[in-house]
Design a protein around this ligand. Structure first.
Ligand SMILES: [Zn+2]
Length: 584
């Protein structure tokens, strides 16, 4: 029997491995649980079933198979997800498939070509010490790091890259879309305007910016040689491939180590990131100068729960109010602060003393402790000045902690240290939390469905138990009355009997139902009794529903003096008798 590529891929990739490579899964009975990567939550409602090879989130109702997961988490369309998983599974899919020729793939190929072009330009004469390589070496980068992060050079010419890409059959419209060419006149056709556009990056050392998979999607360019009239750094604009707020520099290299250690070290610039990585701190990413946003925070939160930052001591006071730190605390991160001593940034520290930096990363202090130390550098804790410094610097940080237990822990410590009653500290915290838009759990629900009725829930329960338990299925599946099931769930019943394929929406519903049932079945002992009871209750709900319909029909028939009235009354009576039998 010939498998379709999709079936072949599904048979080769285990959903637990796949999902587990993105987020931290914890075993829960037969299934796995995690914090949902698709909505903001603090208690795990994301479930993965290895037996069924499906996932479902009870918080945001997303769910499906491995393809659905990749589409959601990578923001891909189906053909892209198919390619990614085919690669992973070692299944060959012919590239001629028209569904796979998406614009994104064209742009990714273009960016890869550009990266190679820049790399080749830097490599020319690299061992002989060309000035660019010399500059990078002076900054502390080793050749292997330069290669690993694929640094390159954009020649100081107007159209070096454009010409190269045109020879590779990329259009100037595509170059512009990828953010690599500018100045093309819109009024003419592509072929005519080819010469009109020019390269965005000229005379610059190029730092490719990679997506989670390690594909180049943008560039940062540092001017070289120095020129007075030009910006030191320029970056790619936002493109269909590159959304600044969702990218962390270096994550493609650091992700597995972040996942493994449960901690991420966040630094500011590309150089800081590469230098730290080179020094053996491999769980490091750079925020690339911009403020850390909620999207980036969520990407990291999927991988780990501890975050280490390095502050410049002179601006530490300002950093307390920093939105990024607040956001990280509110996302539930445990934050520690690295002490860089006299060094001005991580790159500086690594260059001078790689071992010092490694130690600083592993011995980072809890952020509250860091601020306590900082506030009390100049004043004894029980002096009025010391108390004020703590109120100003430390309490706002404590107020942002997402865990009540953790807040209590620090209140206790501060109370002892400052010799102030805990009640006073709690009052101050309450004021800070209410005043500053204090952390609130932001749950996002897609509440498009109506509230399920008791009958809906019973149908789901029965179908779930049948899908979860082969014993129940063997005994009851064939004998269930189809009429008991509503339009949304009848297809699932038929599917379980092996008689119908499922539409996507029903498939998602089945996933949710089965996962709910799995966890329910673990907690009950008399599975058969529970099942029969559910069927009994469903029958009652069905009869009540029919009686409701009938009584409406009866009053209509009465008003219209319809000849059908007698028939309807008899039917109503029959149902009513059935119901009283069921109730005894
Ligand atoms: Zn969710």
């Amino acid at each position: 029997m010939v498998h379709s590529p999709i079936e072949e891929i599904k048979s080769r990739i285990d959903i637990v491995d796949l999902v587990g490579s993105y987020i931290r899964l914890q075993k829960a009975g037969a299934n796995f649980k995690a914090l949902c990567p698709f909505h903001n939550e603090r208690t795990a409602s994301f479930n993965v079933s290895p037996a069924r090879q499906i996932w479902h989130c009870f918080g945001c109702s997303k769910g499906g198979d491995i393809f659905q997961f990749i589409k959601e988490i990578e923001g891909m369309d189906f053909p892209e997800a198919l390619m990614l998983l085919a690669d992973r599974a070692g299944v060959v899919i012919t590239r001629e498939d028209p569904a796979l020729r998406s614009e994104r793939n064209r742009l990714l190929a273009l960016m890869e070509e550009a990266t190679k072009f820049f790399e080749a330009n830097l490599a020319i004469g690299l061992p002989l010490g060309n000035p660019i390589a010399k500059y990078l070496h002076q900054r502390g980068l080793k050749d292997e790091t330069i290669k690993e992060f694929r640094l390159g050079y954009a020649p100081d010419e107007w159209r070096a890259l454009s010409t190269h890409l045109a020879a590779k059959r990329f259009t100037s419209a595509e170059m512009e879309k990828a953010g690599l060419a500018v100045g093309r006149r819109q009024t003419r056709t592509d072929t005519q305007t080819n010469a009109d556009g020019y390269d965005r990056f000229r005379g610059r050392i190029m730092f490719p910016i990679f997506d989670y998979q390690g594909r180049a999607i943008a560039f940062g360019g540092r001017v070289f040689p120095e020129r007075d009239h030009e910006a030191k750094y320029i970056n790619s604009p936002e493109t269909p491939l590159y959304q600044k707020s969702k990218i962390l520099y270096g994550l493609h290299r650091a992700k597995s180590e972040i996942f493994k250690t449960g901690q991420v070290v966040v630094v500011e610039g590309y150089m800081d990131m590469m230098m730290a990585y080179q020094a053996g701190v491999r769980n490091v990413v750079a925020s690339s100068g911009t403020a850390f946003g909620i999207d980036q925070m969520q990407i990291l939160r999927r991988l780990c729960d501890r975050l280490a930052v390095a502050f410049d001591m002179d601006i530490a006071g300002q950093a307390a109010a920093d939105r990024s730190i607040q956001l990280a605390l509110q996302s539930g991160f445990d934050i520690t602060v690295m002490d860089l001593g006299a060094y001005k940034d991580p790159a500086d520290a690594v260059r001078a003393d790689p071992v010092f930096f490694q130690n600083a990363a592993s011995s980072a202090r809890h952020i509250v402790q860091f601020y306590i130390d900082h506030a009390l550098r100049l004043h004894a804790p029980h002096t009025p000045e010391g108390k004020r410094a703590c109120e100003r610097m430390v309490l706002p940080v404590v107020a942002s902690l997402s865990s009540e237990l953790e807040r209590a822990h620090w209140v206790r410590i501060l109370s002892d240290l400052l010799r102030i009653g805990e009640d006073v500290l709690w009052r101050t915290l309450a004021r800070l939390r209410s005043g500053s838009g204090a952390p609130q759990e932001r749950e996002v629900f897609t509440d498009s469905q109506h509230t399920p009725s008791r009958k809906d829930l019973l149908e789901e329960r029965i179908l779930g138990m049948l899908a979860s338990s082969p014993t129940l299925a063997a005994q009851y599946l064939a004998h269930l009355n189809d009429a008991l099931f509503g339009n949304d769930r009848l297809p699932i019943l038929l599917h379980l009997r092996g008689k119908a394929a499922l539409a996507d929406s029903a498939r998602a519903a089945l996933g949710r139902i089965v996962l709910e049932s799995d966890s329910m079945l673990e907690s009950i002992t008399d599975v058969d009794g529970e099942f029969q009871h559910s069927c009994h209750e469903l029958q009652k709900e069905y009869i009540k529903e029919r009686m409701g319909e009938l009584s409406a029909a009866i009053s209509r028939a009465e008003q219209a003096a319809s000849p059908k009235l007698q028939e309807l009354l008899l039917e109503f009576q029959e149902f009513s008798q059935q119901l009283s039998q069921l109730n005894t």
